[in-house]
Design a protein around this ligand. Structure first.
Ligand code: NAP
Length: 429
């Protein structure tokens, strides 16, 4: 008699079969890096007692040093040695835990082997990438595989793109609860932000710029508003949906606005969330992200100066000779914002939407702490716990997902409990 491998159509079924055969609940891969150390520290301070956590990286000695600084809660955490270039070690990592959280970047060069291993092993995975090309490759190579094994593969689980993705999901749910129709024009405005940048983030940005310069096809892929769509041909044609390029007075928002650095990744993630839910937000859902500079007479000058400064820095980092000149002034891999910068940072975001019936809603998302590092380590740490521990409360989906489609309000509830603000309210004129 021949036996056939079972086919799992629901991650719930798969979870029941896989849950108890893993040594660990969560592994932090990249624990020796700047943000990896912060995520490990967050888990040491906030994971419920009894959660089995391991630290992974290239050097056992440096992992032991990291663990030594995490205090008593982490003193018995196992250390796992793995290198992205060694597929066997990465496959072993994927089989060791219910979920792997990766801060090993740049993801485009270091990340795919682990995503493939997790997709094959039915292991959940989360990371902090903001690299569109890496996520596109991950979708193309791993979505079907992960959907078959029950793995939830979730990219962009930090400042990009959790506030955007969960904020729009909450707006959709608020409008649906009021029977107010589909979301239409929806704009995220960054109203306050203070923080720094790490060497790893710069290296990841430069890696993607290099790839875009080398290939016109890859550049077009990054610039496509639907770059992460599960079915590009089925996306609606809503005319120009380019990200804002310069400072402009927005008559709808009644303020001066300019480009937001993260729009290029966040908007693609939010549109993927819409598509993965069968365009539940709406087929006329138009989404953009901007920085708000306010209404004062100085606002256009301030916005122009900040936008010009960021564009000059980006141009300097794109071209080899100026990159070499700037390098000594910038953080290197392993380095990032100081304790004080991380502690005193913050962000506040508003998302304005108008629905098909003309109703208006506002979402507010805010947190204390440097958005890319302090707040991000809370977001990624809670994502890890959510994927490992809350599986019976997650949407019944598997594959290469987004924060909203993989974890939805379960993650939002966790972040609110951790001190982040995520609210929605109707707007009456
Ligand atoms: N979305 C967000 O909000 C957000 C925020 C912060 C960071 N990020 C992203 O997170 C990533 C990490 O940033 P970071 O500042 O922490 O970078 P980092 O300090 O340079 O850390 C990178 C980590 O990757 C490890 N690594 C590199 N190559 C490896 C390999 N072949 N095998 C195994 N491990 C390897 C390094 O290990 P060694 O110690 O052995 O070198 C280190 O632990 C970047 O891609 C960044 O863009 C995103």
């Amino acid at each position: 008699m021949t036996s056939r491998a079972p086919v799992f159509t629901s991650p719930f079924l798969y979870d029941e079969l896989m849950s108890e055969d893993r040594e660990l609940d969560v592994v932090v891969f990249g624990a020796t890096g700047f943000v990896g150390r912060l995520v490990a520290a967050y888990l040491a301070g906030h994971a419920p007692e009894g959660v089995r956590i391991g630290l992974a990286g290239r050097s056992e000695q440096r992992l032991a040093e990291v663990r030594g600084r995490l205090g008593a809660a982490a003193s018995a955490w196992p250390l796992l040695v793995a290198d992205s270039a060694d597929r066997a070690s990465v496959a072993e990592l994927a089989r060791a835990a219910r979920m792997v959280v990766s801060t090993v970047g740049p993801y485009r060069s270091q990340g795919l082997a682990l995503v493939e291993a997790c997709a094959a092993a039915g292991t959940c995975y989360a990371d902090l990438t903001g690299e569109v090309l890496f996520i596109r490759d991950s979708i193309d190579r791993c979505h079907e595989l992960a959907a078959g094994t029950g793995a939830r593969i979730v990219h962009c689980c930090g400042f990009d793109s959790i506030p955007s993705d969960l904020g729009v999901l909450l707006l959709h749910q608020a409008a649906r609860a009021d029977d107010a129709g589909d979301l239409q024009d929806t704009t995220l405005v960054v109203t306050a932000l203070k923080g720094g940048i790490s060497g790893g983030t710069l290296a990841s940005g430069m890696g993607q710029w290099d790839e875009m310069r080398a290939s016109a096809q890859r550049r077009r892929q990054v610039e496509d508003p639907y770059a992460l769509s599960p079915d590009r041909a089925a996306e609606p044609d809503l005319g120009g949906e380019r990200d804002l390029d310069w400072v402009h007075h927005d008559s709808d928002l009644r303020m001066w606005t300019g480009p937001f650095l993260m729009a290029g990744i966040n908007t693609r993630v939010v549109r993927r969330s819409n598509a993965l839910q069968g365009w539940a937000y709406g087929r006329q859902f138009r989404y953009r992200e901007v920085t708000g500079f306010g209404t004062s007479p100085a606002a256009p000058l301030l916005g122009g100066a900040i936008t010009a400064g960021l564009k000059a820095l980006q141009a300097g980092l794109v071209f080899g000779p100026s990159r070499t000149l700037l390098a000594p002034l910038l953080p290197r891999p392993g380095q990032g914002p100081s304790d004080k910068t991380r502690r005193t940072g913050f962000f506040r975001i508003e998302i304005h939407t108008r629905t098909a019936t003309g109703a208006r809603y506002l979402a507010t998302i805010a947190a204390h702490g440097d958005p890319g590092y302090a707040a991000t380590s809370v977001m990624l740490g809670e994502t890890a716990l959510c994927l490992a521990l809350d599986r019976d409360r997650l949407p019944g989906r598997a594959g290469v997902l987004t924060p909203a489609t993989a974890m939805g309000t379960t993650l939002a509830d966790r972040l609110i409990t951790a001190g982040h603000t995520l609210t929605t309210q109707p707007v009456t004129q």
